[in-house]
Design a protein around this ligand. Structure first.
Ligand code: SF4
Length: 457
C-alpha cells in the first residue's frame, strides 16, 4: 500500500475530513466516473444519499453542503471559504445545482439529499451515494463511496482491496509497521525523515517535495494567524472563541513568559486552528480535520522555541510525522466513525510527537517511542461530538493532545535509549482492537457521551 506524505497532509476546508472533505472528493469522483461512462450529458438531475454516521453527524459537519459544493465541481484545496455562504444561498434560493460547473440541473436540498441515519453498510459507517437521473427519472448511474477517515475515499470494490486506494506506486523502502521502518533506518543508517523522503522521491522530485511540504507548513501557520486574530462567537453552538483571548494574555506578558509559557503557546495555536476549522476555514488534514490543530500547534511551538529551525528541519518534522502515521493508517484507522476519537486525536498526537522528536535529534527508536507514548495515552478516547459538530469536545481536546505530544517527547528523551513498552506496533494494534470493541454510540454518532449530556446547547 503506497501512501505518500501528501495523502496524509491535504489542504481543504473544515470541519471534518471524513464528513466534509471526503464527501466533496467523493462527489468529484462520481462526476469523473459519470463523464467517463458517457452518462454526464444524459443526466438531468442528481440526488445524494447519506448513511449511518454520515447522516447522524452530517448536519453538524456540513456534509450536505460539502456534497453540493463537490457536485458543482469545487476542489477542497482551492475552494475559497469566503465564497461558501454565497454558493449555498444560491443553491437554496434557486433550487438548482451547477453540475460539474457545466450545466444547471434542478436540486432541492430538502428533497434531493436523503438522510439514512438508521441504515449502515458493513463496509464502513461513513457511506455516501450519488445518483444521476435522466429527464424521464431513470437512473443513469449510482455511485456508492465510503469516507474512511483523513479524507480517503473508497468504493465498495476498493474497500476489499486496500492496495487500490492509493495506487501501486513502488517505494524503495516499503514498510507497514514501526518495526519495519526502524529496521530500514538501521539498514540504511538514516533517520525516519530521510527514509520517508527517499520514498517520496517515487512520486516527486526533491525540490517539488520540499516546496509542497513548505506550502503545507504555510497553510498550518496561516490557520494559526487567522485563528489568533478572530473575535466573536463560533456559529453553530454559539460558542465563544478562546484562541485570541488566550493569545492576548500570553504574548509578551511577564506572566506568559514564566511557568506556563510553552503550554500557553501550544494551547493558543491549537485552539486557533480548531476555531478556524470549525467555521469552514482552510486547514490541513493531520491526519484528519477534527484533529487538525495538534500537529500545527506543536510545529509552531517548535518554530518559536526550537533552536536552529530551518526550512529543512520543518520538512523533516512533516516527513517523520506523516511517515509514522502510515502504519496507523494501514493497521488501524484515522476514522472517528470506525474507532472513535483515539483514531483521530490519538493519531494526530502520535504524529506531533514523532515530528517533534525527529527535529529535536531523537534517535529512530526515540521517535517511535514518543509516538507510541502519545498514542497509548489516548487509547479508549471516544468520539462524542455535541450536535455532531467538531467543536465540543473537539477544539479543547486538540489543545490538550498537543501538549500531551510535547510531554511525550520530553519524557521519551529524558528516558534515553530505554526500550518502549508497549512498542509502537503494539499500541497501534490495541488502537484498532479497542475501536472494534467500542460501543457504536461512541463512534461519531452523537448518540452517546457528551453529545447527550450536554443538554443546554
Ligand atoms: S470527538 Fe474527536 S473524533 Fe469525534 S469529531 Fe471530535 S475530534 Fe473528531
Amino acid at each position: 500500500m503506497a501512501i505518500s506524505v501528501f495523502d496524509i497532509y491535504k489542504v481543504g476546508v473544515g470541519p471534518s475530513s471524513s464528513h466534509t472533505f471526503g464527501p466533496m472528493v467523493a462527489a468529484q469522483r462520481f462526476l469523473r466516473e459519470l463523464k467517463a461512462e458517457g452518462g454526464f450529458d444524459r443526466s438531468a438531475k442528481v440526488q445524494v444519499e447519506l448513511y449511518a454516521s454520515m447522516a447522524l453527524t452530517g448536519k453538524g459537519h456540513f456534509t450536505d453542503l460539502a456534497s453540493m459544493l463537490g457536485l458543482e465541481g469545487n476542489e477542497p484545496a482551492s475552494l475559497d471559504s469566503a465564497s461558501i455562504p454565497g454558493k449555498q444561498q444560491r443553491i437554496e434560493r434557486e433550487k438548482t445545482l451547477h453540475l460539474g460547473g457545466v450545466k444547471m440541473v434542478p436540486f432541492d436540498p430538502a428533497h434531493d439529499i436523503k438522510w439514512y441515519g438508521d441504515k449502515s453498510y458493513d463496509t464502513h459507517p461513513n457511506g455516501i451515494a450519488f445518483v444521476a437521473l435522466d429527464a424521464a427519472g431513470q437512473e443513469v448511474k449510482r455511485g456508492l463511496y465510503f469516507s474512511i477517515g483523513g479524507g480517503f475515499i473508497v468504493c465498495e470494490k476498493e474497500s476489499l482491496n486496500p492496495k487500490d486506494v492509493v495506487g501501486d506506486v513502488k517505494k524503495p523502502f516499503p514498510y507497514t509497521t514501526g518495526a519495519q521502518l526502524a529496521a530500514l533506518c538501521r539498514q540504511e543508517g538514516q533517520s525516519i525523515a530521510q527514509i520517508v523522503m527517499r520514498n517520496e522521491l517515487s512520486w516527486r522530485t526533491a525540490p517539488e517535495i520540499k516546496r509542497q511540504l513548505l506550502e503545507i507548513a504555510a497553510v498550518m501557520e496561516k490557520g494559526i494567524e487567522i485563528g489568533l486574530a478572530a473575535e466573536g462567537e463560533i456559529p453553530g453552538l454559539g460558542l465563544k472563541r478562546h484562541a485570541k483571548e488566550i493569545w492576548d494574555q500570553v504574548k509578551g506578558t511577564p506572566w506568559g513568559a514564566q511557568l506556563f509559557e510553552l503550554q500557553d503557546h501550544v494551547n493558543a495555536y491549537a485552539l486557533a486552528v480548531m476555531e478556524v476549522n470549525a467555521t469552514l476555514g482552510q486547514v490541513v488534514t493531520a491526519p484528519t480535520m477534527g484533529a487538525s490543530g495538534i500537529v500545527p500547534a506543536v510545529l509552531q511551538a517548535y518554530k518559536k522555541f526550537g533552536r536552529d529551525v530551518t526550512d529543512d528541519s520543518i520538512c523533516d518534522f512533516l516527513l517523520a510525522s506523516a511517515g509514522c502515521a502510515i502504519p496507523v493508517k494501514i493497521n488501524a484507522s484515522f476514522s472517528g466513525a470506525e474507532v472513535g476519537c483515539q483514531g483521530e486525536v490519538g493519531s494526530a498526537c502520535l504524529m506531533a510527537a514523532t515530528g517533534l522528536c525527529q527535529v529535536l535529534g531523537g534517535t529512530v527508536e526515540q521517535v517511535l517511542n514518543a509516538g507510541a507514548m502519545a498514542l497509548e495515552h489516548n487509547l479508549g478516547l471516544t468520539c462524542d461530538p455535541v450536535a455532531g459538530l467538531v467543536q465540543v469536545p473537539c477544539i479543547k481536546r486538540n489543545a490538550l493532545a498537543a501538549n500531551k505530544a510535547v510531554n511525550a517527547v520530553r519524557l521519551t528523551m529524558l528516558r534515553g535509549e530505554e526500550p518502549a513498552r508497549p512498542t509502537f506496533d503494539q499500541v497501534v494494534q490495541v488502537l484498532y482492537q479497542t475501536g472494534k470493541d467500542m460501543c457504536e454510540k461512541y463512534k461519531e454518532t452523537s448518540q452517546g457521551g457528551l453529545a447527550v449530556v450536554w443538554v443546554d446547547c
